[in-house]
Design a protein around this ligand. Structure first.
Ligand code: WTA
Length: 663
């Protein structure tokens, strides 16, 4: 994190690092996919040769002759004269190789229903779905919005869209009608695939009504022609004649004959919206050949995947990039067997995850620090009731993992021996960029440590100079990489401005980082106005604009305050309109929390909303969020001399301390 002066401080959660390192055991190292350290310098010497070698492990319908075109930075083209079908690489290729009988997905529904899909069965289902989508008018170049629970049809839908050369835009099922609509409009999607609902926390969480609400906005005008509805919960849903179709009724008309066509490597594969520093979410565009190359390479090497014997489980929802890259494309491209679980870890009780690991013999487990901290809070006696001895590799993603959680994860879930790969990456990077390799790296709890082979990432000062070991600065990627974001959908200029204007042709990630004495990378959190709540990215500006849309709110400032479980938590400060009658200071907090959840989605609901009469501003009118963040964390308020009115912060800070003291 940078403070007002642009200096870097250490991440509060990494304070309990005791300096211990954990080298791979001789046994693990001997069997590891990558156990020759020369891979790093060989890849660094000729990254294009390294990536070409990785790409050639995929099936190309037309081989590429050119690896990288970087003549028009920052618009990279990887393998551009090659052609491939992404879905066929995840499906037909494995069936043709004789592993059609291998389980692709062990699906576990939250109520306890299960379903197993082999690669042959998944291929068959995707082919049928591709035929169905074709007759609904989907073809190469189109966009399809997907608003689904965590069920096999979500994966089938994504692969069917990809198989046709169209692009999907998956919208996390927790987003509101407004958020869904904004994403549908931005991508001009003509088809929405949804479900009647999904199971979450023992209840049906309805999805179709949100789609209806989204499509009814703007007077019902918009790009969407058809809505395809998967039946999951058999809850009552309204079907609009001529627009809405049941998946299970439509699909009966289609057989499993479908020949996949090759598409150019740079054909769009998906758009995924993520929060930026301004209110409007960014449509991150990923394309086909380079993306699939890097997700499959990292999935194989970082997790040491042995597709014949491993049972892999990534707990991420498919609505986020981790679900795209490490539930759908990486594992399926590698022919892995994986668990897909629909629900939450505490349903019906906190033993659920561990019982799933025991039941399927999960060997590789990938989750987020916030979940690990939540399990820690419940206590180790819960996982200790289960046989977790199948686990051999653990992964972490989404935010820095504090060493205490790291050690708990290794001891309690990994029997004190499983290597933990702390993987740093972003929606924009598409795939893992910085992570230990489990057969090579002596692990340091709390650090993502090493840029992957073929990746040139480092830490630079504000002026773009590489910092020496032992110093902090900003994380950058110095060379293009295969799975990099290609642009922000419909907004090339914003793409340039956001990532490529700070240091020229170098990618600016938006994260602060520090190099330790050995040159290992420690992530320090975002340096922009993006918060990380339970591993989900939220923009302060987006929540502020949702708040000021409320008729009673005159002004709002939002900060991400450090939180022991969720990493950061949303804390809002609002000034109410003086003439309004709808809200009083007392009912403002619950009403505004609800308002934000309805506007954006439950993940954005503030932990606290404080009604204040003034916000701390500089003389030029800029809100000093840093001071509000300190106040929200109950810290001493730093230098307030640049404030136009220094009394404001004293009042706010006294109030906050009182609140925190009372908790
Ligand atoms: C943060 C999630 C520290 C970081 C894959 C990044 C991390 C943002 C780590 C991207 C990690 C992700 N250590 N910080 N291992 N992994 N982050 O786009 O701030 O949802 O910029 O992608 O999460 O979040 P996104």
């Amino acid at each position: 994190m940078t403070d007002q002066n642009g200096t870097i401080e250490s991440h509060p959660l990494t304070g309990d690092d005791d300096g211990a390192t954990y080298a791979p055991s001789a046994e693990f190292r001997a069997q590891a996919n990558v156990n020759d350290p020369s891979v790093y310098w060989r890849a660094a010497e000729d990254p294009e040769a390294y990536w070409a070698d990785q790409a050639s492990k995929l099936k190309w319908t037309k081989p590429f002759t050119e690896v990288l075109d970087w003549t028009n930075p920052p618009f990279a083209k990887w393998f551009q004269d090659g052609e491939l079908n992404v879905a066929a690489n995840c499906l037909d290729r494995h069936v043709a190789a004789g592993i059609g009988d291998r389980v692709a997905i062990h699906f576990e529904g939250e109520p306890g229903d299960t379903r197993t899909l082999t690669y042959a069965e998944l291929t068959h289902e995707v082919k049928r779905a591709a035929n169905m989508l074709t007759s609904l008018g989907v073809s190469a170049g189109d966009r399809v919005a997907i608003y689904m629970p965590m069920i096999p049809e979500t994966i089938i839908a994504m692969l069917a869209v990809a198989r046709l050369g169209a692009a999907h835009s998956v919208v996390f099922g927790g987003f509101s009608a407004e958020s869904l609509r904004a994403r549908i409009d931005d991508a001009a999607a003509e088809l929405v695939i949804t479900a009647d609902g999904g199971y979450r926390k023992g209840r049906v969480s309805a999805l179709k009504p949100t789609v209806d609400d989204a499509l009814a906005l703007n007077g019902g005008e918009g790009s969407v022609q058809k809505v395809l509805v998967v039946q999951r919960c058999e809850n009552d849903v309204e079907m609009q004649e001529g627009r809405d179709l049941w998946w299970h009724e439509e699909i009966t008309a289609y057989d499993g004959e479908h020949t996949a066509q090759g598409f150019p490597a740079e054909n769009p594969l998906f758009i995924l919206y993520t929060s930026g520093t301004t209110g409007k979410p960014k449509g991150i565009l990923h394309t086909s050949g380079g993306y699939l190359t890097q997700v499959s390479t990292t999935h194989r090497d970082v997790f040491d995947l042995k597709p014949e014997t491993d049972v892999y489980w990534c707990t991420a929802d498919i609505g986020w990039v981790t679900g795209h890259s490490y539930v759908v494309y990486g594992p399926l491209a590698n022919g892995a067997t994986q668990v897909v679980y629909e629900g939450t870890p505490e349903t019906p009780d906190w033993g659920r995850w561990w019982s799933i690991i025991q039941k399927y013999g999960v060997t590789i487990f990938y989750t987020a620090p916030t979940a690990i901290r939540a399990c820690m809070k419940i206590g180790r006696q819960v996982p200790e009731q289960y046989d977790l001895s199948s686990i051999r590799v653990l992964g972490s993603v989404g935010e820095p993992i504090n060493p205490e959680a790291w050690r708990w994860y290794r001891e309690v879930v990994g029997a004190g021996t499983a290597p933990i790969v702390d993987t740093w990456w972003q929606t924009e990077t598409g795939a893992i960029m910085i992570s230990p390799l489990p057969g090579l790296t002596a692990l340091k709890p709390g650090s993502a440590q090493v840029p992957q082979p073929g990746i040139a990432a480092t830490v630079v000062s504000e002026s773009g100079e590489p910092v020496p070991n032992g110093q902090g600065g900003l994380l950058v990627v110095q060379r293009p990489w295969p799975s990099m974001v290609r642009t922000i959908w419909g907004d090339d200029q914003r793409f340039i401005d956001t990532y490529w204007s700070k240091f020229g042709d170098v990618y600016f990630a938006g994260d602060g980082a520090r190099l330790d004495e050995d040159g290992d990378v420690w992530l320090l959190g975002r340096v922009d106005d993006v918060m990380n709540v339970s591993g989900h990215r939220l923009s302060t500006a987006e929540i502020e604009s949702a708040l000021v849309e409320h008729t009673s709110v005159a002004e709002a400032a939002v900060v991400g305050a450090d939180d022991a479980t969720t990493g950061q938590a949303v804390v809002a400060f609002v000034i109410l309109k003086s003439q309004q009658t709808q809200l009083t200071a007392d009912d403002a907090e619950p009403a505004l929390k609800k308002h934000v959840a309805a506007q954006i989605g439950a993940i954005a609901r503030p932990r606290q909303v404080f009604v204040v009469t003034e916000l701390p501003k500089t003389r030029s009118g800029k809100i000093m969020r840093r001071l509000l963040k300190d106040a929200a964390e109950g810290k001493e308020i730093g230098d307030t001399t640049t404030l136009a009115d220094t009394a404001v912060m004293q009042t706010i800070s006294a109030r906050m301390r009182e609140e925190l003291g009372n908790k």
